[in-house]
Design a protein around this ligand. Structure first.
Ligand SMILES: Cc1cc2nc3c(=O)[nH]c(=O)nc-3n(C[C@H](O)[C@H](O)[C@H](O)COP(=O)(O)OP(=O)(O)OC[C@H]3O[C@@H](n4cnc5c(N)ncnc54)[C@H](O)[C@@H]3O)c2cc1C
Length: 374
């Protein structure tokens, strides 16, 4: 394993963990964590060195997101999406787009977000209804995206639409400019409370050809080949981090929770069984996620299958580990005196974020039996 995981665990303990309680309690976007991330120029993790970035790869992405999620799932999710959009620009953007945006991303000046979901497309990213039309005035964009994490806080949004130039989709880099509004205060999620995942409304937004990422009508391939591996693996890392946090927290708690006879919670054999289960599931999720990342880095033929499987496993592990940890934590956990209930609320997002685990399980079953997936 590269060293970045341990380095980022330390970074997260010092710069992200202190704000996690407030992010959840006040549904506050993790501005303080992002101030530190920008200061350390970690926004440039996937920016190639020639544009001033760290020039790191998918494995480092997974390790960093995992380390951040062990302190704060919300920060890790927002950061993960920034990395996904950055990588799409670095891989498919024009030289002009790369020269304009990548040095600023590398320098911690700008943050990116993903505006893909629409209520008419649900968990399927690849069926947008958003309209881009050619007028005498240039390209005009109209429509609504339903959940945009980091809304209001990101400087640019990677957004997919039907192409005005033929069958297929386009990816666009849209700045938070005139005509772009967000339905503020609409995010009151069960978990991931500081995410700021709100609808984005685009009303006669003028965009330029220069904002298109790659060639016209090629976004479908970009989404499948470039966005999906970093995004699905990123979700695997986020929810593995949640599971690890729950496991570590409850193991500590079980040793410190003492009864009148001086025995501890962890001395009870049933609790020992439960602890064995939460540790095994969370550690297995970590190893699977990191192995899938390594496989992607190596360009293994089955890398995408591993990534999907790791993500499905991590999502189940997060919910199961947190549920079991709630049981171990007893009334104290239920009374929210330890953080497990927050982690359980965060974990529930794992199964429904697009592509959801139900959709991914179908894809996995198809891929493993040589059937085409969308
Ligand atoms: C915390 C959070 C942050 C998010 N951030 C972003 C973001 O930054 N950018 C973005 O673009 N989106 C984001 N989303 C949106 C997310 O990725 C999904 O698009 C959204 O949650 C889908 O919700 P829905 O109600 O439309 O689901 P629906 O499509 O209505 O699905 C409901 C249920 O049916 C299942 N289902 C639907 N279709 C199928 C099928 N064909 N096969 C099997 N099962 C199916 C789903 O798995 C799900 O369990 C975010 C969501 C959350 C919760």
């Amino acid at each position: 394993m590269s060293n970045i995981y341990n380095e980022m665990l330390d970074f997260a303990k010092q710069n992200i963990a202190p704000y996690t309680d407030a992010v959840d309690a006040d549904a506050k976007y993790p501005v303080d964590s992002f101030a530190a991330i920008k200061k350390e120029k970690l926004t440039g993790l996937l920016v190639p060195k020639e544009y001033g970035g760290m020039g790191l790869n998918i494995e480092d992405h997974a390790q960093t997101v995992l380390a951040f999620a062990s302190s704060c799932a919300t920060t890790a999710l927002c950061y993960m999406m920034h990395n996904v959009a950055t990588n799409c620009i670095a891989t498919h953007g024009s030289e002009e787009m790369k020269n304009e945006l990548l040095p600023k991303i590398a320098n911690g000046e700008i943050l990116l977000a993903l505006a893909y979901s629409e209520s008419g497309t649900g968990t399927h990213f690849y069926l947008p209804e958003i309209k881009v039309t050619r007028t005498d005035d240039g390209l005009i964009m109209n429509g609504r995206k339903s959940f945009v994490t980091s809304a209001l806080y990101a400087d640019y949004y990677l957004l997919d639409s039907n192409s005005p130039d033929g069958e297929g989709l386009d990816n666009w880099i849209v700045p938070a400019s005139e005509g772009v509004t967000f339905q503020e205060s609409s995010w009151n999620g069960l978990g991931m409370r500081g995410n700021a995942s709100m609808p984005m409304v685009l009303e006669n937004v003028k965009i330029s050809e220069k904002n298109r990422v790659g060639e016209a009508t090629t976004a479908g391939e970009q989404i499948f080949n470039t966005v999906a591996p970093f995004f699905i693996l990123g979700l695997s890392a986020v929810y593995t981090g949640v599971a690890l946090n729950a496991s570590n927290t409850i193991i500590d708690y079980s040793m410190n929770r003492k009864y009148s006879d001086e025995s501890a919670l962890c001395n009870i054999p049933t609790v020992q069984n439960h602890i064995s289960e939460v540790y095994t599931k969370s550690t297995a999720a970590k190893h699977f996620t990191l192995a899938a990342a390594k496989s992607a880095l190596n360009g293994d033929e089955d890398a995408m299958v591993q990534i999907i499987s790791a993500r499905v496993n991590a999502s189940q592990a997060a919910v199961e580990v947190c549920t079991k940890a709630m049981k171990i934590g007893g009334g104290t956990a239920y009374a929210k005196r330890i953080i497990i209930e927050r982690l359980l609320r965060d974990a529930f997002a794992a199964q429904i974020m697009a592509p959801s685990t139900d959709v991914l399980s179908i894809w996995l079953g198809k891929a493993l039996t040589n059937q085409p997936i969308p």
